[in-house]
Design a protein around this ligand. Sequence first.
Ligand SMILES: [Zn+2]
Length: 84
Amino acid sequence: MIELLTLEQFREYKAIGKGFVAITDKNLSKNCVHDTSCNFVKERYFSQKVIESGRKNGSYYQTDDYNEAFERFEKMQRCQFCLP
Ligand SMILES: [Zn+2]
């Protein structure tokens, strides 16, 4: 599992279109793991959370195995839209 820290990293990973993205959020009751191609995995949201807010409310991680997201983070859930 690798944390996504820059727009370049995010774009590259999104362009490959494989694997999963775990998104954590301290202000929400749950964290969420998505298929990389999910519409909720958006550059604008990434930019807001990671670049503009400096990850103080949450972070983005790439992984080939979404079970890793459940092992690493509490309150993790699968996205209802891309991983029902
Ligand atoms: Zn999703």
